[in-house]
Design a protein around this ligand. Structure first.
Ligand code: TYD
Length: 146
């Protein structure tokens, strides 16, 4: 099972230039999965919250392309908040981590790189269902070890 220590901030290459800086991501580098989908969240009204779910399989990588926002992460045991506010850093979040995004600044743009195509059946949208899924996975892992 993944835990909060598996969620990590990863620096991105930054090419400083008087004409404007440039950063990039290539397939598999520096993020630890093959990118299958890209989506972005923008025009978020003040005080709104996005996310509020976990994924059974999907891994994601968040970048604050513009502005800032907080990502609340929860592995079923503890919680932490990662603040993203630079376009040359990203946050890797593996599967089975509950998250929501909050405190969006005006004009914030959140880019998300994802390891799989969109699949509604990969979502755990209910927190109790997420905790139950973790317990079941832990139970099956124990059975295999015995
Ligand atoms: P959802 O993932 O629930 O948004 P958030 O986690 O940011 O609150 O997605 C919102 C809607 O958009 C939902 O109806 C599914 C749809 N959607 C797609 O069709 N494709 C996608 O890649 C994503 C991320 C969402």
């Amino acid at each position: 099972m993944n835990c909060l220590s598996d969620c990590r901030t990863i620096p991105l290459p930054k090419i400083p230039d008087d004409r404007g800086n440039l950063s990039f991501i290539e397939a598999g580098r520096p993020i630890p999965f093959v990118i299958k989908r890209v989506y972005w969240i923008y025009d978020v009204p003040g005080g709104e919250v996005r996310g509020g779910h976990a994924y059974k399989e999907l891994q994601e990588f968040f970048v604050a392309l513009s502005g800032s926002f907080d990502v609340m992460l929860d592995d079923g045991k503890e919680r932490k908040i990662a603040s993203l506010n630079r376009s040359y850093f990203g946050l890797y979040v593996p599967n089975m981590i509950w998250r929501h995004l909050e405190n969006f600044s005006t004009n914030a743009v959140c880019l998300i790189l994802a390891s799989k195509a969109y699949a509604e059946d990969d979502y755990l949208r209910n927190y109790e269902e997420f905790i139950k899924f973790i317990r079941e996975e832990e139970h099956s892992a124990l059975q295999v070890r015995r």
